[in-house]
Write a protein that binds this ligand. Structure first.
Ligand code: SAM
Length: 247
């Protein structure tokens, strides 16, 4: 997959791409990452990318011309990209969208700054608007990075173990069970015995029930859409879950 990011701060991505999953994906040739400096598409001496808002008000707005030029340029190359603008008003990024985008051959992320981007960009040059949550960042770069991480985890071969992303929180429809590692006892807190006895069926049952318990306690809304069998329902009812009351 090719991922290109249009930004006025291309250096922003240097360090995150040198660490962890993203670096491994780049090193393995699974993703090819490029930054596109928006200022390279400006036509004035000051390489201007923003101007004052029509109608008045505080702050600056990103002007459309360099963005259209950059996107036009990227669209000329093959394979055709899906061009995504990061914006708080966009569709909220979740695992479903990440999985869908992980199947694309080429993605372009457009990062806004200041008070945002001239509306004609949304209507005339991008394919999709994406938000990473109901809060406002200072720029789209952080959001692009979050999206890249989440999407990359769903590309086959990126994670060390091929099934890891499938067992993660939310992918299963539930929050993941708690994890423990050495030592067996730390400051008086013991690892649950069931994880030490080597009985894989007991361990699987314990993990499923812990996952159900955590989801019930922290994100009961997820239970409405989760795939639950009869054992799951019985366990949840013992905890006090009443599906008819949840809706
Ligand atoms: N004035 C805008 C508003 O109220 O919606 C916010 C502009 S924000 C300071 C600047 C840029 O950060 C946006 O153009 C967008 O690219 C990015 N951004 C901020 N919050 C975001 C979020 N929750 N998800 C995705 N991008 C975000």
């Amino acid at each position: 997959m090719i991922i290109e990011v249009i930004t006025i701060f291309p250096d922003f991505f240097d360090s995150p791409l040198r660490a962890g999953v993203l670096r491994r994906a780049v090193d393995a040739g699974i993703i090819e990452f490029r930054t596109v400096n928006l200022r390279d598409y400006t036509s004035d001496r000051h390489r201007t990318t923003d101007d004052r808002p029509f109608g008045g008000g505080e702050g600056m707005v990103m002007i459309p011309e360099p963005i259209f030029k950059a996107v036009d340029d990227l669209r000329r190359a093959s394979p055709p990209p899906e061009v995504i603008m990061l914006t708080p008003r966009g569709e909220r990024l979740d695992n479903r969208i990440a999985r869908e985008l992980a199947n694309k051959k080429r993605l372009v992320f457009l990062c806004g700054r200041y008070e945002g981007i001239d509306e004609r960009v949304a209507s005339g040059c991008i394919d999709r608007e994406l938000s990473i949550g109901d809060y406002v960042l200072s720029g789209g770069e952080t959001a692009a990075l979050v999206a890249m991480e989440v999407i990359t985890r769903f590309i086959p071969g990126v994670l060390g173990c091929g099934t890891s992303a499938e067992n993660d929180s939310f992918t299963t429809g539930l929050i993941e069970h708690p994890q423990y590692t050495r030592p067996r006892e730390f400051r008086g807190m013991k690892v649950p015995d069931v994880l030490l006895n080597g009985n894989h069926r007991d361990i699987a049952t314990w993990r499923r029930q812990q996952s159900l318990r955590l989801t019930y306690e922290r994100r009961p809304d997820l239970l409405e859409k989760a795939e639950l069998d009869r054992d799951d329902m019985e366990f949840l009812k013992r905890l006090g879950y009443r599906p008819e009351a949840a809706g």
